[in-house]
Each structure stands twice: as structure tokens, then as C-alpha cells.
Design a protein around this ligand. Structure first.
Ligand SMILES: *Cc1c(COP(=O)(O)O)cnc(C)c1O
Length: 341
């Protein structure tokens, strides 16, 4: 498929096509479907579990843009980091292998869980180089020192990608996703949501949807649910400021091509985080149970886990009861079993 028709955003801004290259990821399957809940008709779901048949979730959406830019820039290897069971690291490992790029993932300690263990095993089998680097703070410092060394080496062809794929390209991927949703609304596949709810770790999903919804002319409020620590030592890691900074960086990069608009405010809920990253919360577990018994119009099997989705679902349930219009849950967790075969 030509790049231009694979991206709703690039169709809306065709002059960006050479500037925002898109990799043709094997198995990529965007646009993802939207579906309505039969027992709660105001509730809708955006199936980003189905972004890619090899490995879905929000990371494959980002990687089409991230690897596209890497390939254009002649980069040959990717260095990134995440928790022991990182969805992002696994998505990077699988798509780099398919694209012929080397991949190294630094892993910080994360509380054990079944989904984290399954991801870790799949990463081990992917051919990616894995390095366990201790605490989150130590891992971030290792990442930055490797990046600094790389910057001093003129022949370095490594892309240093922040955890979660939260780079400008990762944000652009979710601006694209907002345009994809706008097209689906215009096609009559779902109503314009009053609110859109998503989990927030590294922030690109929320940043991109917030920018994209504004640019696409949707009136939806995008509401992020923080599931990662707000600070790492003295550094802000997941706050309205870090998400705003991602939006500003992306705006600056695209300034020449996009209309000038005021920077939209970031809405990030802090009340669902619980005890820590990767630590399941009681509210999350209860919400996951509620969610898994909901009947959906498309009757697809859904999966949830405790690190991201369960906490977002706890917020979703509250949002649904706090407004009277349609609420769209952006489902960011892979549902393909292909990577775990
Ligand atoms: C990474 C991830 C998120 C968070 O997305 P960010 O763009 O990093 O904020 C949400 N849900 C799942 C399942 C994820 O793997």
C-alpha cells in the first residue's frame, strides 16, 4: 500500500508525506475497528489491540512511524528500554527483526506477573539483545550514557528510542490515529465521543491523541490515566508537563506544515495509579472483571492486564458515569497470540 493511503493524517496533509516516512510493517492492520458495547450503548471501544497481526497494541502503531524514520535516516540498530515484561520492547524486537534491524532492550526490574513473564520469554526468543539493568532510574541513566557515547561516535548508526516509543514519531502516530477515528466518525461507524479514555505510561499516546483530536476538528475530550510513576528521582516522568513537552516538540517539528493553533491542555488523571508501576490495584481488578463480561457488537475476545489496561478501565467506568455522551475507550493492549507461539 502506498504510504499516503496507509495514513489518514498524511491524506489530510499530503505535503508531509516525504517528511514523515512510514515503514510498511509486516502484519500492520490500521485502521483498527471501532465497536459498541451492547449493554452500555454509550460505551465504544477502539480496537488498537488489533493494530498488527504479529503483535498489536499501541506500540506497533508508533513503530510504523519510528522505524520509517530510522530507515530513511539510514539507522541500522535500535536501543530502547522498558520493564522486564515491556510491551514496547517486545514490539520493537519483533518489528526490528522483520525489518532487518538490530535491536537491544535495556530492562528494569518490574513486579512479576504472568503477562510480564510471557513478554520476557517472547523477547528472549526474538533474537533481540536483552540487558537487565536494575532499577528504573539506573536503567534510564544507562540509556542516556549510551546515547551520549553514541553522539560522540560519528559512525554510530543507532536510534536511541525512549521507553514506550515516546518520540516525536510516536506522537505523530497517535495524531494519525485521531484522524483515523475522525474518518470512522465521518463514515458513520461510531459517534463523536464526548470523552476518549486511554492509559498513559510514556505519554505519546495521550500527546498524539490530544494534538490529533484538536487538529482533526473533533470536540472530544481526551483523558489520560497515569499508570507510570510521575517522577523518577528528581525528574518528572509522567506528568501533564512531560506530555505537554512531547506535544510542543512535535508541534515544533511539524510547524511548517500545520495550521497554528493554541496548544491544547493535557488531561491526566492521577488517582488510578495505586502502589506502583506494574502493581495491580484493587480498583483495576474490579474494573477488569466488569469489562471482561461486557458484550460487544463485534463479539471479539478481549484481554486485559494489571499494569496498563485495568487501571485505565477503572477510570473509564467513572468517566462513563460522569457524563451523558458517548465515551470511547482506546484499547492499547496487544491481543494477538502470534508472538507467544
Ligand atoms: C505502553 C502502553 C501504554 C501507554 O502508552 P504510552 O504512549 O507509553 O503512554 C498503554 N497501554 C499499553 C498496553 C501499553 O503497552
Amino acid at each position: 500500500m502506498p504510504q499516503s493511503s496507509a495514513s489518514a493524517f498524511l491524506r489530510a496533509f499530503p505535503r508531509l508525506i516525504t517528511y514523515v516516512p512510514l515503514a510498511a510493517l509486516k502484519g500492520q492492520a490500521c485502521p483498527t475497528p471501532v465497536t459498541q458495547c451492547l449493554s452500555e450503548p454509550r460505551l465504544w471501544l477502539k480496537h488498537d489491540d488489533l493494530t498488527n497481526s504479529l503483535y498489536g497494541g499501541n506500540k506497533s502503531r508508533k513503530l510504523a512511524f519510528i522505524l520509517g524514520r530510522m530507515q530513511r535516516d539510514g539507522k541500522k540498530r535500535l536501543l530502547t528500554f522498558g520493564g522486564t515484561g515491556t510491551n514496547h520492547g517486545l514490539a520493537c524486537a519483533l518489528h526490528c527483526r522483520e525489518q532487518g534491524l538490530a535491536c537491544e532492550v535495556l530492562l528494569f526490574d518490574q513486579p512479576p506477573s504472568a503477562s510480564a513473564a510471557a513478554n520476557f520469554r517472547a523477547m528472549q526468543q526474538s533474537g533481540a539483545q536483552l540487558r537487565e539493568t536494575g532499577s528504573l532510574l539506573r536503567t534510564v541513566l544507562t540509556f542516556y550514557s549510551r546515547r551520549l557515547l553514541g553522539a560522540l561516535n560519528p559512525s554510530d548508526c543507532t536510534e536511541y528510542l525512549f521507553a514506550g516509543g515516546s518520540s516525536v514519531e510516536g506522537v505523530i502516530a497517535f495524531m494519525d490515529a485521531a484522524f483515523e477515528l475522525r474518518d470512522q466518525i465521518q463514515a458513520g461507524l461510531c459517534p463523536e465521543p464526548e470523552r476518549i479514555v486511554c492509559a498513559v505510561g510514556s505519554g505519546a499516546t495521550l500527546a498524539g491523541l490530544t494534538l490529533g483530536v484538536q487538529l482533526a476538528g473533533l470536540r472530544s475530550q481526551v483523558i489520560g490515566v497515569r499508570v507510570a510513576p510521575s517522577h523518577l528521582g528528581p525528574f518528572a516522568a509522567c506528568t501533564t508537563d512531560t506530555v505537554t513537552a512531547l506535544m510542543q516538540q512535535t508541534r515544533r517539528r511539524l510547524a511548517r506544515w500545520l495550521p497554528k493553533q493554541p496548544l491544547p491542555a493535557v488531561q491526566l488523571l492521577d488517582d488510578y495509579y495505586g502502589e506502583g508501576y506494574g502493581v495491580a490495584s484493587d480498583a483495576g481488578c474490579a474494573a477488569a472483571e466488569w469489562f471482561l463480561q461486557l458484550p460487544w457488537a463485534d463479539d471479539r475476545q478481549l484481554t486485559v492486564e494489571g499494569t496498563y489496561t485495568a487501571k485505565a478501565l477503572a477510570a473509564l467506568r467513572d468517566q462513563l458515569s460522569q457524563c451523558s455522551g458517548p465515551v470511547l475507550y482506546w484499547h492499547t493492549l496487544n491481543s494477538s497470540a502470534a508472538a507467544f507461539a
